[in-house]
Each structure stands twice: as C-alpha cells, then as structure tokens.
Design a protein around this ligand. Structure first.
Ligand code: SAH
Ligand code: SF4
Length: 406
C-alpha cells in the first residue's frame, strides 16, 4: 500500500507551503540568528542570550511559532513574528511504504532563472531499535554513475544549509520526534528507541562533498548538543570519492564516512563511478587510510552495489578483501535497486550470499542492506525517479492514513 498523504500543486499554496513573505529562521546558524536580532534592533549586549533562547526553542524543542517561546518577552515575540517565520521546506507529498519507510518530496524556492521550483527527496527508514534519516545535499548530481538514477539528472543546484537542516526538522515534525510530541500511530513500525531519528546519512540525492560548506555547516547544527544533538558518530557522509575533500571533511566535520566503491578494478570503476577517472582507487584508498579519527571503533563503510554479472563474481569478493586490507572497514553490500531504463540487474540472491560469505570469512562485518521502501521508490539510487515523471496533476489523490488528521 502506498499512501500519499499530501499533494500540493506548484503555485497553489496550501498548509505546507512556505510563507514566501518572511525569511525563515529554521535552519539558521548562531551567527544568522544574531544578525536577525540585530536587524530588528535588539541591542548587541542582549543578542547572545537571545540567540541561546531561540536556539533551544528551534532545535531542542522544535517549536514552529514564536508565540510558543514563553521565556521571550511578549513584545519581542511580536516583533519576531512580524519579521520572520519558522517554516520548513515545503512538503509536496509524503508517501508511506508498506514497511514503514517514509519519503517526502520537497519543493524548494525557485532561484533566478530556474523554470520550475526544484524538488528533492528525504527518506526515513525505521527499524526496531533505530531510525535512519537519509537526506539530500543537491538537487540532481553532476556525477554520472551509470547505475544511479539521480545520476541521469542534471544538477539543478546545491541545497543551502537551511534546506539541509530543514529536512531534519520536518522529518522530526512528521514523526513526532520532539520532546513531548506525539508520534503518529504507525502500526508499531516506528522504533522503540526514545528518539525516532537515531542516525543521519547523507545518502540522498547529490554528492555531498561537492556542496562542502553548506553540508558541513548544516551538520554542525545537527550535531550541536544544545539543539538537535545528533552525535557525529551517528552521522555518515557517503561520497563517490571526491579525494581532495575527504581529509578536509574529517577535520572540519568529523562524521563517519562511507565510500561508494562498487568495483575493485579501475577499469570497471571508471565505468560505474566515472569520478574514478579523476581519482582512481589507489588514491581513494590512500585518502581513506588517512581519514582523521579512523580506528577500529570508527571504521569506514565501503558500499558495494551488487550488479548481476558485472561486479558480483567471487573473484571480485576476494579482490575486495585484499584491497581493503589494513583499513578499519565495514562492507555494505547493496542489492541493486532497479529504475526505469537502467542497464543493470540485481545479482541473484544466492550470489549475494556467496559474495558476503567470502567477505565475512575475511573478518568483515558485511551486512546486506535490506532494500527498504522499494514500493515508493525510496530505496538507494531510486530517488526522484517517480517524482520526475509524475506531474502534479498525475499524482495520486490525497489519502490520509487512519488516525491522522490534517
Ligand atoms: N553521491 C553520494 C551519496 C548518495 S548515493 C555517493 O555516491 O556516495 C548513496 C548510495 O546509494 C551510494 O553508495 C550509491 O552508489 C548507491 N546507489 C546509487 N544508485 C543505486 C541503485 N540503483 N541501487 C543501489 N544503490 C545505489
Ligand atoms: Fe551522484 Fe552518488 Fe548517484 Fe553517483 S551514486 S550519480 S555520486 S548521487
């Protein structure tokens, strides 16, 4: 069953549409909040304290109205209300998969010459003991990995820091992951953990290291212990291998790292992950060996998509193990998720098992990533494929799941 909770045709407005009139402070950093206070005449000596108050309301408690900020004076609340909003990115649709995976299609403000408002997707994957939020860093991607649907789309633009943080805020709104908030009745599919989003992965649309500053600043807000408080050890950046930025990411952001390896020879990786022609496997693995903070407790995840007859031979498995020798690593085997027009097929299940066995025997934990949300095209590499084809008029009608009201 696919439930489309909300659809808002472009330009028609609606409850989730951002208030174009007022700049939103949701997603702002401390400096931007201080500048906002300066712009409404709050004296400099008060700003630090005011920023602290707002920070806690926006990021620790998730309020969506200045009205609710009870320790801010009534007068100041009114001024804030008149000058700013706390809007999140606009939700065009929310789909809930059979397995509880949720996918939000978001519409971002149009910039300059853009003909259409760009759209990106955010995916939430609940498991019994954890919940992972997969966020996007770019609209489309400049890279052209041949098995990835996002790679067939042109880059439209980088997401701003606020748009990246905004994905976390709206996911928390929708699944009730704020202190004291009610979670939706989800038929027991939300995790049992106190927090519903325990992990963040930068594995949605785009190459996050090509939007370095915005992603880094957004993750600093996500990790701030007085606010969203996502530990950097539970944030993972996935890269196709932008070698010159890997060490810098470790130094400046210090999150966990995942590498989209997918092949053990340059010959094949040049085809599957074309950035390999610029930064071949040897250079990539050297950058990994030097990743700041790397240790057995903080391993790098190597992602390996299983493509039938292409990279799934047992000789590939043995070569993979040899290649990664000496690097504290986890190997994540990802069954290929098909999309319309793809030139590849997913490996046979028995082949994936045989491949995993070799990797396991060599001492690597190698979980096979269970495809999640395939029925709503929310699985790895499928993002945007459905929404691109569906014009607003063709999207499914609004259906509210039992227990949810507008
Ligand atoms: N651009 C970054 C992060 C986004 S992709 C990167 O490439 O790492 C997240 C993961 O999904 C990557 O490992 C990517 O290779 C993988 N992926 C892409 N298309 C896929 C598909 N069709 N099936 C399975 N995994 C896919
Ligand atoms: Fe871009 Fe990653 Fe897809 Fe490659 S796999 S095209 S880098 S999003």
């Amino acid at each position: 069953m696919v439930v489309v909770l909300k659809t808002v045709p472009e330009g028609e407005g609606g409850r989730f549409e951002a208030d174009a009139g007022l700049p939103s402070l949701a997603g702002a950093g401390r400096d931007e909040l201080a500048a906002a206070f300066a712009s409404i005449g709050v004296p400099e000596r008060q700003r630090r304290m005011r920023v602290g108050q707002l920070w806690s309301w926006i990021y620790a408690r998730g309020v969506r109205s200045f009205e609710d900020m009870t320790d801010v004076s009534k007068d100041l609340r009114a001024v804030l209300e008149g000058a700013f909003s706390l809007e999140r990115p606009e939700i065009v649709s929310e789909q809930i998969s059979q397995d509880g995976t949720r996918k939000w299609l978001l519409r971002l403000p149009r910039r300059g010459h853009e003909a259409h408002a760009p759209e990106v997707e955010t995916v939430y994957i609940p498991e019994s003991d954890r919940g992972t939020l997969c966020i996007s860093s770019q609209v489309g991607c400049t890279l052209t990995c041949t098995f990835c649907h996002t790679g067939t789309q042109k880059l439209v633009r980088n997401l701003t820091q606020a748009e990246i943080v905004g994905q976390i805020l709206l996911a928390r709104d929708r699944i009730g992951d704020w202190p004291g908030a009610h979670s939706p009745d989800d038929g027991g599919r939300l995790p049992e953990s106190d927090r519903k989003i325990t992990n963040i992965v930068l594995m949605g649309m785009g190459e996050p290291l090509y939007n370095f500053d915005n992603v880094r600043d957004a993750m600093a807000i996500a990790a701030d212990s007085g606010g969203l408080a996502h530990s950097r050890r539970r944030i993972t950046l996935s890269t196709s291998g932008v070698v010159p930025e890997i060490g810098r990411w470790g130094e400046e952001a210090g999150t966990m790292l995942a590498i989209s390896l997918h092949a053990v020879t340059d010959e094949l990786r040049d085809v599957l992950v074309p950035i390999n022609r610029k930064y071949p496997i040897k250079e990539l693995l050297n950058a990994c060996r030097n990743y700041p903070g790397l240790s057995n407790a903080r391993r790098i995840t190597f992602e390996y998509v299983m493509l039938k007859g292409v990279n799934d031979g047992l000789a590939d498995a043995r070569a993979l193990v040899r290649l990664l020798a000496g690097i504290p690593a986890k190997i994540n085997l990802i069954p290929f998720n098909a999309w319309p027009g793809a030139d590849y097929e997913c490996s046979q299940w028995e082949q994936i098992e045989r491949f995993a066995e070799i990797v396991n025997k060599a001492g690597y934990a190698s979980p096979v990533r269970t495809p999640r949300g395939r029925d709503i095209l929310a699985a790895c590499g499928q993002l945007k494929s459905a929404s691109l084809k569906l014009r607003a008029s063709e999207r499914l009608p609004v259906v509210l799941p039992a227990g949810e009201t507008e």
